[in-house]
Write a protein that binds this ligand. Structure first.
Ligand SMILES: C[S@@+](CC[C@H](N)C(=O)[O-])C[C@H]1O[C@@H](n2cnc3c(N)ncnc32)[C@H](O)[C@@H]1O
Length: 257
């Protein structure tokens, strides 16, 4: 979640008589894929990624293990891993990994006793992550180009899934959550760092398709996140660490299969 250039808005659909045009969902998805791809290929991330990640709760000691290029590319909405015990996880999946800041941290937490699969549908994002991996000689992290609505991983593949500010960008959230549920092992854990509506957004944002440009277009309420996760079968859902992320809030959501 960040604010940035509106240069790509030409591909955005417009509302016709207040209604979404046909194929609106595909247009939004293509737009998000292109926008995040462009951010990475042009290194056009909004300035201050490292400072924002510290502000959002990332311990500076952890960030100092990563290159500034990676921490400057932070697009998340909070530190997802407070109080998470990694020693029992063998297979972890980062859904919507971006350049892989979180994946790179997890690869260290796992200490070569486990692996991280880092999934994103924007090729320049996974490409940048692959370059970091090659540079650092990491052996337990595997970037995968793929869509969260059709994850190219087998059923019951992972012990632990996490996603940082990526589900909000998806129009068909129920499909993406069903996919997350499918690839998680029974009793497996899901952690989301996500945005939620504080109140309803001002009309000018809600009515503006270009709000997807800044991640706001797909933000839903806390109760909608809960309902979606419950409907696809997740249990023991807990929401914590609510932080102001003006004009919305950021949450940590924990759930189990
Ligand atoms: C706001 S960025 C967050 C990136 C990263 N998690 C972080 O914290 O820096 C969201 C990422 O989700 C990816 N994404 C959005 N929709 C996706 C989808 N349907 N399938 C795979 N990746 C998706 C985007 O390409 C982008 O890299």
């Amino acid at each position: 979640m960040e604010s940035g250039s509106y240069a790509s808005l030409v591909v955005m659909p417009v509302y016709i008589s207040g209604k979404r045009p046909e194929k609106w969902e595909k247009q939004v998805k293509d737009f998000v894929q292109k926008r995040y791809g462009d951010l990475s290929s042009s290194n056009g991330f909004p300035p201050g990624g490292t400072i924002r990640s510290i502000r959002d709760g990332y311990p500076e000691k952890l960030l100092s293990k990563l290159s500034k290029d990676i921490t400057d590319s932070y697009c998340g909405c909070g530190f997802p891993f407070e109080s998470i015990e990694f020693s029992n996880f063998q297979t972890v999946v980062d859904l919507g990994c971006g350049v892989g800041l979180d994946s790179l941290l997890v690869s260290d937490f796992l200490e070569n006793k486990g692996r991280v699969i880092s999934l994103d549908f924007a090729f320049p994002m996974v490409n940048k992550l692959q370059k970091s991996i090659d540079k650092n000689g990491k052996k337990n992290i595997f970037p995968v180009l793929g869509d969260m609505e059709k994850i190219p991983l087998k059923d019951e593949f992972a012990d632990f899934l996490f996603a940082n500010a990526s589900f909000n960008l998806i129009v068909k959230k129920k499909i993406a959550f069903s996919e997350a549920y499918r690839i998680l092992k029974p009793k497996g854990k899901l952690i989301l760092r996500e945005l939620a509506l504080k109140n309803s957004l001002p009309d000018e944002i809600e009515q503006d398709p270009s709000a997807w440009n800044s991640s706001l277009g797909g933000v839903i309420s806390k109760s909608d996140w809960l309902e979606l996760l419950t409907n696809v079968g997740f249990t023991d859902i807990q929401i914590s660490d609510e932080k102001d992320f003006s004009p919305v809030i950021s949450l940590k959501i924990q759930a189990y299969k």
